[in-house]
Design a protein around this ligand. Sequence first.
Ligand code: ADP
Ligand code: MG
Ligand code: ZN
Length: 616
Amino acid sequence: MAESPENKPTNNTPKDWRGLIWYGLLGLTILSIVFSVMKSPAAPKVLDYTSFLAELDRGTVKQVTIRTNEKVIEGVKRDNSKFKTYYMDSPTLVPDLRAKGVQIQINPADSGWLLSVFLQAFLPVILIGLLWFFILRQAQGANNQAMSFGKSRATANGKDKNNITFKDVAGVDEAVEEVREIVDFLKAPEKYQAIGAKIPKGVLLMGPPGTGKTLLAKAIAGEAGVPFFSLSGSDFVEMFVGVGASRVRDLFKQAKKTQPSIIFVDEIDAVGRHRGAGLGGGHDEREQTLNQLLVEMDGFDPKTTVIVVAATNRPDILDPALLRPGRFDRQVVVDKPDIKGRQQILKIHSTEKKIDENVDMEVIARRTPGFTGADLANLVNEAALLTARKEKQQVTMVELEEATDRVMAGPERKSRLISEKEKEIVAFHEVGHALVAKLISDSDPVHKVSILPRGMALGYTLQLPKEDKYLVSKAEMESQIKVLLGGRIAEQLIFNSITTGASNDIERATDIARAYVCTYGMSEELGTRKYGRTQQQVFLGRDYSDHSKDYSEETARAIDNAIQGLIQRCYKEVEKLLADHKAVLEHVSRQLMEKEVIDGPEFEAMLKEHLKSGVI
Ligand code: ADP
Ligand code: MG
Ligand code: ZN
């Protein structure tokens, strides 16, 4: 599929009068300075030519300086007052002057008052003006927008332009399912309003770069056939306070005019960071912009059919105020595709290219774990380029393989490459977690096991609680530690060596063990009391707790021993558990390597299958 034309800032509307105001102000400043200089007392009196000739006839002129370049005559009268008039190239002027005995100078070498006035007054003004202009250009990103303050640069994409639909988005089926309802609402808002149903105002798409968040947002607009106003969060962050906020206001005004419509804020983390998280200076530009965004979203009346879709790959740094009900309360995860998804994406991007019929995209999909949609689109395009360079007619497996290597090594792909051996280790590690979670009591059910890299992690196991819980029991805390240790222990058991992959697990297990001992008073050795004081540093805008010591060195040692003892105990138990179930560990891990992602029910099914063969 061809990359769609960017919807982001193109150019301004003709109503760009705000910029003119600034030019006008600049001009006025210069003019007023010029006038004040001209009116200074030292300046000579300006005579019109008739008066000059009259003075000459009367014989009051003592001396003249004719400046032919500047086309002026400067004169001194017999009473030593100065005057000035305009010079005309007339053949009678010099004879007339001589007849009256006037002393004549023509173009003397000194540059004269005009140039010095110019140097003294104009040059600084011009320099300041130029400086001002360039600062503005810089601030606005050299986008020919130097003076378009406060105007939203969003452009609406009419129905005709945007023809991206859900068919163009593959491998993120769950996300597509979740946004289908939004499309339904935009198509027939009356249906929902008649029942009085409240529709989400904001949808937040979260996921790593290149997974198709922008694409999905366009597809929502395309499916619903509504205008799509798109803006990038970084456009909001301007140098001048108040500009971002006025952009937001403008954007919402435009969108409301053409409702039902979609406002898409890409990279919202640029504006939506934690307010007050930056040290020093609370009210910055970003904060104002964010406030304006929240005000606009809160100001929607029930009849408003504008939906704000935002995308971010940093949900962790977003201001919690954005996620409150009535704002971006619908959160949709757009994840990296699994093997089946990758195959579909490859197919989508191949439709407009000439592909040899012997090409098996499954092979390519299998080779590219961790690739995002953007990586895969890039891969297919590289293959087509290679084919053209070789002057072949159709893309074959050879080019696709070569392109895969290129994209893997290429500078655009920052996420890491995983070897077969690493993949195997990660699979056993993750199944280690999952199996422990399944086998022990007091543990949350396994929702998903994956060996697709995500952020810094090479794989992950996701557990979701059956119901909301506010109290965590002692047994549950121990279970959490055991599940965390499961990964490392599985590695040790199978490969008889351990890797750095478990560092985060160990950190979390240690934190839990520390809280178990120090905060909740659960350890038998140390009894029911709290160790350490909690300090709140409010000025940071967040609660960065710090546990300061309020106990003796001796107790500190006892705490360390208690934490260590607890982890040790859990380790021993899990070691035995996994050793007893080594066969099932192997079985599930092999399947995970094959499929890359296993969801909860599949996991259960695999265990049952194994149970039937009598191993568990
Ligand atoms: P993001 O906004 O998440 O960073 P984009 O939507 O900009 O990613 O994706 C860039 C390009 O990669 C898209 O235009 C599309 O060609 C391709 N792409 C990404 N994800 C997918 C997907 N899930 N299905 C099909 N194509 C995709
Ligand atoms: Mg994007
Ligand atoms: Zn782990």
